[in-house]
Design a protein around this ligand. Structure first.
Ligand SMILES: Nc1ncnc2c1ncn2[C@@H]1O[C@H](COP(=O)(O)OP(=O)(O)OP(=O)(O)O)[C@@H](O)[C@H]1O
Length: 255
């Protein structure tokens, strides 16, 4: 039996609003993620997807149940769990190279070594000529590539991605999906990827978790067995998309 890299058991999250009301964002969420899995999470708006990733990133605490990484309960950010947000979240005053190597700087790695690792990741994302550029000089797609390179440069075991391509145009989005798959195959990272796009989930994932309306639970797990690179024109692709969209619609109506 393989050991789970991430294990979530009986997870519940309640927020107390400013008016003192309790909002149950997640309830009884259970799942395991194994090494080099590519798991996509889809669900209706507000069902707790971001909350779940934030708990796994150690940025929020579970109200009940547990989330563990390699057997350790996640109570704060872990150096081997990286996160990429929807907004590029680069530091505008730092160059591309200095953004990519930020995590290495925190770890006290020497400047020479940082630059050499930084170059490797800039090559990986096809941006080796942009080391000295500043974020304002880049397109949205380039900025998001830099955010991915920054998350990867510390070689995390797990990469949490919260709708990372949501703000991009359709063409750039498809390009980055291909790049992400190439990086995932090359680096053998484990990826948990939240998306609103059913098409994107089918293109990327080994497994898709469909969440219910709030409080979010895992309603259905779908294995995607089509060979990669996946062809969106395949009848199986369309059938899977229609079935997931149908589930989501039911949840939106129910919610
Ligand atoms: N800090 C907070 N305080 C109170 N309620 C919160 C807080 N953070 C999230 N919530 C509530 O928890 C629920 C889940 O929010 P979350 O952002 O995780 O959903 P989501 O599935 O990522 O939504 P979307 O798809 O629209 O981005 C929502 O009802 C939200 O209003």
């Amino acid at each position: 039996m393989r050991d789970a890299v991430i294990e979530v058991a009986g997870l519940r999250k309640e927020f107390i609003t400013e008016r003192g009301e309790s909002v149950r964002a997640l309830d009884r969420v259970d799942f395991k993620v194994f090494h080099n899995d590519f798991l996509c999470i889809v669900g209706p708006s507000g069902c707790g997807k971001s909350t779940l990733l934030r708990i796994l990133a150690g940025l929020e605490q579970a109200s009940f149940g547990s989330a563990t990484f390699q057997g350790q309960v996640l109570t704060r950010p872990h150096r081997d769990v990286g996160m990429v947000f929807q907004e590029y979240s680069l530091f505008p005053w730092r160059t591309v190279m200095d953004n990519v190597t930020l995590g290495l700087e925190f770890r006290g790695i020497s400047e020479g070594e940082r630059r050499s690792i930084g170059q490797e990741y800039l090559r990986l994302i096809g941006m080796e000529g942009f080391a000295d550029a500043f974020p304002y000089e880049l397109s949205g797609g380039m900025r998001q590539r830099v955010a991915i390179a920054r998350a990867l440069a510390t070689e995390p075991d797990v990469l949490l991605m919260d709708e990372p391509f949501g703000a991009l145009d359709a063409h750039t989005r498809i390009l980055l999906q291909k790049e992400l798959l190439r990086i995932w195959e090359h680096k053998r990272t484990t990826i948990l990827f939240v998306t609103h796009s059913v098409d994107e989930a089918i293109y990327l994932a080994d497994r898709i978790m469909v969440m219910s309306a709030r409080p979010g639970r895992f309603k259905k797990e779908i294995q995607v067995e089509m060979a990669r690179p996946r062809d969106r024109a395949m009848p199986e692709y369309g059938r899977m998309a229609a079935s997931i969209l149908d589930m989501l619609e039911q949840e939106v109506v129910r919610g």
